[in-house]
Design a protein around this ligand. Structure first.
Ligand code: GDP
Length: 459
């Protein structure tokens, strides 16, 4: 295990709460906290056993005053989150008490931790690899139970195991090829070349399988950007309200009232969907509305999914057609809203659109909303959404896999050309390195630093 200085941070969120936890990690963690701790009947922390807690006070040593009443827990390394000695001080959950305790810990010799530094230590100390470390922040940021479960599987090492096994297989092949290059008299027999080729193809297939999960995985981790578009008064805010099941967006009868873009996350069968309600994309002279319109065009261009809303109780007009024209090359669903009223939309008018995704709904009664959810699931997920298979949720991992695949294919090509067999080995080594980026074995230090800098303080 590497040795680092002792760091400290508030691990809970700062505010008014029952308790706050100040986390201290490093070789001197226990010594630092012991120096400001006073237990009942003068007990110290010197004889505290690992995985136990002790009741007492944190003391301002200069003034010899009690700062707060606390319970201190101790986890001896390497059996702790960071794999170092870790002490956690549970104090009262007020901003003042929490900051005072942290201040005292710092005065006693610890240093304020950088964002993600605790997890980074777990990584640097070899307790977890980089993909597992990244999963920690994904667990914290998960927006649905499904995203949480997939992050948890990653933190338990599911991706790590697959990558490790791929790299081991690859290493075997590289060793074989190198031996042939080093001892040319033992020419790579045809049968061996055949076997290697087969093994390589299997590896490529496994990489492709992982890559195939990346689109769905990204949506599970980051959510789907869906934009509701439609001219004023078709019922966009009403739909958003129905989906959120609470009155957030303003619903009015006056066209053009949803001027600001409203963004909300909803949970559709486990998929976090960010629904954006826009001001429509019609031409307008009103300055305020113009800004809204500009913003909507931007949002539409960035969206993963367009939810186009038409008012089925009215005939289509020029404005609707304009919007239909604007979105028809994107991924979309069309909602014929106000199905509770008499339908005036002629199917002919929307014949350019894929009828599979034309859904009748009523934002008012809720009718058809389930069909909308099903359509969204259908558009982005091939089958049932489960977390049983390994999912590539992180774009960084996807990029490394893509690079690995490229090198593997180049290696395969070189292998088929007996003259270039040493080139195959170079390509395969490159693939080996690309796969290693996922687990952090072959990643530059500054990239690793950047990954951890996006964490929250205290984690
Ligand atoms: P937006 O401008 O597109 O956001 O439209 P709103 O959601 O503000 O709705 C405009 C008007 O249409 C309001 O009076 C809503 O109550 C009404 N409305 C919305 N959806 C339905 C629906 O499904 N059926 C009926 N009958 N009225 C609706």
């Amino acid at each position: 295990m590497k040795e680092f200085d002792t760091i400290a941070a508030v691990a809970t969120s700062l505010g008014e709460s029952g308790i706050s936890i100040i986390r201290v990690s490093g070789k001197n963690a226990l010594k630092v906290v012991n120096s400001i701790f006073k237990g009942k009947n003068g007990r110290t922390l010197e004889d505290i056993k690992t995985y136990t807690m002790r009741y007492g006070y944190i003391i301002d040593k200069e003034k010899n005053e009690i700062i707060d009443e606390v319970i201190v827990s101790f986890m001896k390394g390497p059996k702790s989150f960071t794999a170092e000695d870790t002490v956690e001080i549970n104090c009262h959950g007020g901003i003042i008490s929490t900051n005072k305790v942290l201040e005292e810990v710092i005065k006693a010799g610890a240093r304020i931790a950088e964002p993600g530094e605790f997890t980074k230590r777990a990584f640097l100390n070899g307790r977890i690899d980089l993909s597992q470390a990244e999963a920690v922040i994904d667990i914290i940021r998960a927006k649905t139970e499904l995203s949480m479960k997939s992050a948890l599987a990653q933190s338990e090492g599911r991706i790590s195991r697959e990558i490790k096994s791929l790299r081991e297989k690859l290493l075997g092949i590289i060793a074989h090829i190198e031996a042939t290059v080093d001892f040319p008299e033992e020419d790579l027999e045809e049968t061996t070349a055949h076997i290697i080729e087969k093994q390589l193809k299997d590896i490529i297939e496994e990489v492709e399988n992982l890559l195939n999960s990346a689109n769905e995985g990204k949506i599970i981790r980051e959510g789907l950007n869906a934009v509701i578009v439609g001219k004023p008064n078709v019922g966009k805010s009403s739909l958003l309200n129905a989906l959120l099941m609470e009155k957030r967006a303003i619903v009015t009868d006056i066209p053009g009232t949803t001027r600001d873009i409203i963004e909300e996350f909803i949970n559709i069968n486990g998929i976090p969907v960010k629904i954006i309600d826009t001001a429509g994309i019609r031409e307008t002279d009103d300055i305020v509305e113009k800004i809204g319109v500009e913003k909507s065009r931007e949002k539409i261009n960035e969206a993963d999914l367009i939810i186009l809303m038409l008012d089925a109780s009215k005939n289509l007009d020029k404005e609707d057609i304009e919007i239909i024209d604007y979105i028809k090359d994107k991924k979309y669903v069309v909602l014929l809203n106000k199905s509770d009223l008499e339908n005036k939309i002629n199917k002919k008018d929307i014949k350019e659109l894929n009828s599979e995704y034309v859904i009748e709904i009523s934002a008012k009664t809720g009718e058809g909303i389930e069909n909308l959810k099903e359509a969204i699931k259908h558009l982005f997920f091939k089958g049932e959404i489960t977390t049983k298979d390994t999912l590539i949720t992180n774009t960084r991992h996807k990029e490394s896999l893509l690079r690995a695949k490229e090198s593997l294919n180049a290696g395969l090509l070189a292998l088929n050309n007996t003259m270039a067999i040493d080139l195959a080995s170079i390509d395969l080594k490159q693939a080996f390195a690309s796969l290693g980026e996922i687990t952090g074995e072959t990643l530059e230090e500054d990239i690793i630093d950047k990954i951890f800098s996006e964490f929250c303080i205290g984690k």
